[in-house]
Design a protein around this ligand. Sequence first.
Ligand code: SF4
Ligand code: SF4
Length: 274
Amino acid sequence: MQRYREWLESGGNGCMDYAARYLDVRDNPELLLEGARSVIVVAMNYYPARRQSDDAPQFAYYAYGRDYHEVMRDRLQRLAAYIRELDEGCATRCCVDTAPLRERYWATQAGVGFVGRNNTLIVPGKGSFFYLGAIVTTLELTPDEPCTLTCGDCGLCETACPAGALKGGKPVDASRCLSCLTIEYRGELPEWSREALGNRVYGCDECQRCCPHNRNARPTAVPELQPSEEFMSLTAERIMAMDQAEFSRIFSHSAVKRTKLAGLQRNMAHILKK
Ligand code: SF4
Ligand code: SF4
């Protein structure tokens, strides 16, 4: 948590003001659920079986299919119901980026993986293209062994980052990160980002694609995460001409809805400008 606070103090969270809220809760899951004794962490593979063609406006893999909040929440709720059946007195709270919980910390403590220099949770032997979900529960469980692996002397992601957002093993500088800029940032995108973005219109996977741990990534088999034909055939022209009805049809159950139509077209116009 010290590292997290230092990151906030240095302004590393960029425009993500929400990252600085509820620090007391981030420190203590008991403030999320009274009597919490355990955090169960799950990881769901989203590595796509089919990828967009290189000349299409690029979306981060995590946004190819149905919104992970919905997909993960449905499964977590079923798991939580099962846990409550096993122990009638216990309480549960499901978290999918929906609560100030330090998912990557708890994933490391639970032995699911380790946090790489690219700031993602790396599942040994499987890679980092995983959504994380957690169930905070009053059930007292025997903890798994924490994952103690590290990146060692690799630094490929720092070299590969097109925006200089990863340096010296420090947490990401969100004010430069293209994912943050294209998804979270409101307002005009900075001029310097055009070259760095290339044809990325929503998010960036560069620090994951280059990671040796993803060389053996296997495509997800989760049906809801498969991209639609309409999504796969998107072009720059189609995005610029899109109206709200079309945006809603393609993205209303997608993580892309976060930018809204105006944000997606802002990104597209920015990278098209010469
Ligand atoms: S998502 Fe892209 S811009 Fe952000 S840290 Fe990774 S490589 Fe750099
Ligand atoms: S590219 Fe190398 S340094 Fe970066 S996260 Fe992967 S293993 Fe770690």
